[in-house]
Write a protein that binds this ligand. Structure first.
Ligand SMILES: Cc1cc2nc3c(=O)[nH]c(=O)nc-3n(C[C@H](O)[C@H](O)[C@H](O)COP(=O)(O)O)c2cc1C
Length: 862
């Protein structure tokens, strides 16, 4: 993660719905006469016809009723009663019917006797036979029809009325994932919740593995694009695999939020799941199969759903993998059957390792469900085929300057819908100005960048986050063009291949090789082992190349030394294969011949990076600012590596500071080259930086007179710069502003005092109206003994206690969540013990009350 790519604070992404489906409610039974029912048991070539007409509805109703247990029960009862009734009549010598309609008058009447079928009327026989056959069919339906029939009858949908926000649409087959699976003849659906792209990439990779190694047909689903209720219609022979990331403070990702809200409800932290049967959360390496401990209850809305689940989280956060745990419990309580272990991936260690362990245990079980088998590289039943077909076009080459902007901007600039700016529809804004906040002699370079919202008035609130899609630097772009022997300016078109496993389109179908590599693909992340196996290995034709790649796949330490430790980029890996083949004098016809379409499968998409907005919407509604430290580091074997997004921000700064340079290529202070020419053009058609705003709940108190204490060392100052600008602006406009205290820390005062001048100016004004307003600094390396913000807090214990406890102030932390925020919380609790004379337990509950009353908020990153 880039430095200062931040968390959204508690509850930021969840809109609330008062009418939720909670665990204590019995799910309502809803018959779906107007809904669409694929017959999964039928031939895939048969049509999937919506039964929405009156006729179809009536048939649907009749079929549903005929299949219901009540009908079967009453049918049997009616047959028995009819039989008793007929025989009672015969004993009393009374005709059961008005026989005059059926029999000739002159024929003597015979009374029917028990079991004498031949003496019964044909119609009676037909009715009884139908009822008995119907009832018997229902009772033995499992043996007769297998499981298929179950899914089309008594399974109520999830009660969408209980979640009004997701029920605001009419049925759309394009949003029905069971329909999509039926159409494509797929038996596994991979549903991912992803904020910064990791789960999305794992979904793409796992789909490939399930297809190539286990012969599964997999649909990848972004839940934002599908309706939750279609989950209940997945065939019981199929399986849904959830890959669920955690964001903010234990929250679901934006693309999962609506499903989550409908399933879990608004109160994600206090929802009571104690009455539910809990799955054990296990080490995925242990062999376990949860499928056996489960009772099939057809009354529950998700009774037909089989699911596996892997969570992505980070154990340094308080709510580790919370959405995954809650979702697992909830799905089970709705009747879904858990297959395989629950995986809880930990980004603090290595999420790829956790995922590999989990897939090792889960993939065979998932495969069992879709009745396939086979493992191993050489016995793959399916051959790898790239998802995209790339065609070179015979039109004029796309020159370097056009390639510097995302292609969709040039065509769609005027049609971008401002009311709908989000991760799938970013807004392209211009950089306004920038400055370096640290001294040239500082070990770190921290940039302040202002982005222009003037054209659109994109609404934001002080404390929100801005997400930014970076552009890759040229060194890696050109390396890839070079190793694939491609002309970067060549225009290309992209289309899905018939068996595409990746189903996410790019924003524009016509591009150039360069612009694909600059704007859409992450070209710096090391290639994971499974991608080496599934995508690179099939292109190895020479023995040395095969041996090298197989060793990377099979030998953990070798992979670590060659790929992970030096953080080897995909371009460097391909270059290495070429070098090995050259050394071994491999003949041309056997040389590794990797294609651009396969490269698209090999690489994750470029994901947005989140930054706390460091401006105030009161003071500057038409521009937002970012405060970012440029991330450069050396690997243990002394190779320079560069963070994509922060170096991009640095490049924008360098571009803005050299307005007269006319070159397409910009060299940054770190000698990285970028193609950013159009970022300098302030014309309405040449927007440059794709962004969107992510709402947060990291907010100033609504009453400006309420005291605030902020702790934000390093770039943790970002949102507080916005808070302080806001209070300064209010003070200048004669609005009474309460005590405002900032604890700021960094290495050296002379080099790293971020925003020094404006902070001193703001606090001069703020302290003139309230003597308690002040900035308190901790420069760790300006003296022999290191001093940190928490040491300064201890020195100012009385002030903090007075403002927070006695004057009901608000306390905020922003910055490193691994150690700093934990130390600051511990210090705050100690202050409560010392100043408030509370014992340890009471100090802890004092802090909990602070949190529960929304007077404590944190915006931290791990
Ligand atoms: C802004 C942010 C907030 C996070 N909050 C949590 C959290 O509260 N609990 C947790 O277990 N992990 C948390 N994580 C860790 C992520 O879940 C983990 O890094 C995951 O791999 C991200 O997946 P994604 O890229 O698919 O969104 C957070 C990560 C980020 C970037």
């Amino acid at each position: 993660m880039e430095t200062n790519a931040l968390t959204a604070p508690k509850n930021s992404s969840l809109n609330t719905s008062s009418n939720i489906l909670n665990s204590s409610q019995k799910p309502q039974r809803i018959f779906r006469f107007g809904s669409f029912e694929p017959d999964i048991s039928s031939d895939s070539s048969s049509e999937y016809i919506p039964n929405s007409s009156f006729f179809q509805n009536s048939i649907g109703a009749a079929v549903t009723l005929a299949k219901s247990p009540f009908t079967a029960f009453f049918g049997l009862a009616a047959a028995v009663l009819y039989y008793i009734y007929s025989n009672t009549l015969s004993l009393l010598n009374i005709e059961a019917r008005d026989s005059s309609k059926h029999k000739p008058k002159d024929k003597p009447t015979k009374s029917p006797s028990p079991f004498n079928l031949f003496e019964m009327e044909k119609l009676d026989l037909a009715v009884i036979a139908t009822i008995i056959v119907g009832a018997t069919t229902f009772l033995f339906r499992k043996f007769i029809f297998g499981n298929h029939i179950l899914r089309t009858n008594s399974i109520p949908t999830i009660n969408i009325q209980a979640a009004p926000k997701i029920a605001q649409h009419s049925y759309d087959p394009q949003r029905d994932l069971s329909f999509k699976m039926f159409q494509n003849n797929q038996n596994v659906v991979l549903i991912y919740g992803s904020q910064t792209g990791t789960a999305e990439d794992l979904a793409k990779r796992f789909a490939r593995e399930l297809h190539l190694d286990f012969n599964a047909q997999v649909l990848i689903v972004d839940p934002e694009l599908y309706d939750l209720e279609s989950l209940s219609k997945i065939s019981p022979d199929h399986i849904a695999v959830f890959l669920v990331s955690t964001t903010g403070e234990g929250e679901p990702t934006d693309n999962m939020a609506k499903w989550y809200e409908a399933l879990i409800g608004e109160d994600i932290f206090t929802a009571d799941f104690s009455d539910l049967e809990l799955p054990s959360f296990v080490d995925p390496t242990e062999e376990s199969d949860f499928s056996g401990d489960y009772e099939f209850d057809t009354e529950l809305p998700l009774a037909n759903l089989n699911f596996s689940i892997f969570g992505l989280g980070n154990s340094t956060y308080e709510h580790f993998n919370l959405p995954t745990k809650q979702l697992t419990k909830r799905l089970r309580s709705l009747g879904a059957k858990l297959v395989g272990p629950v995986g809880l991936g930990d980004d603090d260690v290595n999420i790829d390792d956790d995922f590999e362990k989990w897939t090792g245990a889960a993939a065979p079980l998932i495969a069992k469900f879709v009745s396939s088998s086979s493992t191993g590289i050489d016995s793959s039943p399916n051959k790898y085929e790239p998802s995209f077909i790339v065609k070179e076009l015979d039109i004029l080459p796309i020159d370097a300057s056009i390639g510097s902007v995302r292609p969709e901007i040039l065509e769609n600039a005027s049609s971008i819908n401002i009311s709908h700016v989000d991760s799938k529809h970013p807004w392209y804004c211009l950089p306004l100005n920038s400055k370096v906040l640290t001294h040239t002699s500082s070990e770190r370079r921290i940039i302040h960048l202002e982005l222009d919202l003037d054209n659109i008035n994109l609404p934001y609130t002080t404390g929100d986050h801005v997400a930014l899609f970076p552009t890759n630097y040229e060194t890696q772009v050109r390396l890839l063009l070079n190793v694939l022997n491609l002309d970067g300016s060549k225009p290309i078109s992209l289309s899905f291949s018939p068996n595409a496993s990746d189903n996410k389109p790019f924003p524009h179908s016509i591009s150039s090789y360069s612009s694909m590599l600059r704007h859409y693909l992450d070209i710096t992340l090391p290639v994971p082992k499974d991608s080496i196996k599934h995508v690179l290995l099939p292109y190895a034709r020479s023995e040395p190349a095969k041996a090298f790649l197989k060793k990377l796949i099979d030998d953990k330490d070798y992979y670590k030394n060659i790929i992970l430790t030096p953080v080897m980029s995909p371009g460097e890996l391909i270059q290495n294969i070429h070098t090995i083949e050259k050394k071994e004098a491999v003949s041309d016809d056997l040389k590794f011949n990797f294609t651009f379409s396969a490269l698209i499968d090999l690489l994750p998409r470029i994901s947005p990076r989140y930054y706390s907005i460091s401006s105030s919407n009161l003071e500057s509604p038409n521009k937002i600012s970012i405060t970012a430290v440029v991330l450069n580091y050396k690997t243990p074997n002394n190779i320079n590596r560069y963070g994509i997004a922060t170096n991009y921000i640095n490049a924008i700064h360098d571009t803005l500071s050299n307005p007269d340079t006319n070159s397409d290529i910009i060299f940054t202070s770190d000698k990285l080259s970028y193609c950013l020419k159009d970022t300098r053009k302030h014309s309405s058609n040449n927007f440059a930086i794709p962004i969107y705003i992510r709402k947060s709940t990291f907010r100033l108190p609504s009453d400006p007179s309420v005291p605030i204490v902020m702790v934000g060392p390093g770039t943790g100052i970002a949102p507080f710069r916005g808070f302080i600008r806001e209070r300064f602006y209010q003070a200048k406009n004669s609005i009474p502003v309460g005590p405002t205290v900032l604890f700021f820390g960094n290495r050296n005062e002379s080099k790293d005092f971020l925003y020094k001048d404006e902070l001193l100016e703001s606090f001069a004004a703020l302290s003139s109206s309230n003597k308690n307003s002040k900035v308190i600094t901790a420069f760790s390396r300006d003296q022999k003994e290191k001093i940190y913000v928490q040491d300064r807090m201890t020195e100012h214990s009385a002030l903090i206690w007075d403002l927070i406890n006695n004057q009901n102030g608000h306390f905020y932390i922003c910055g490193d969540g691994k150690t700093m925020s934990k130390d600051v919380i511990a210090t705050l609790k100690r202050i409560a013990q010392n100043e408030g004379k509370l014992d340890e337990t009471r100090a802890s509950s004092w802090f909990t009350t602070l949190k529960n009353t929304n007077r404590y908020a944190e915006d931290v990153w791990a």
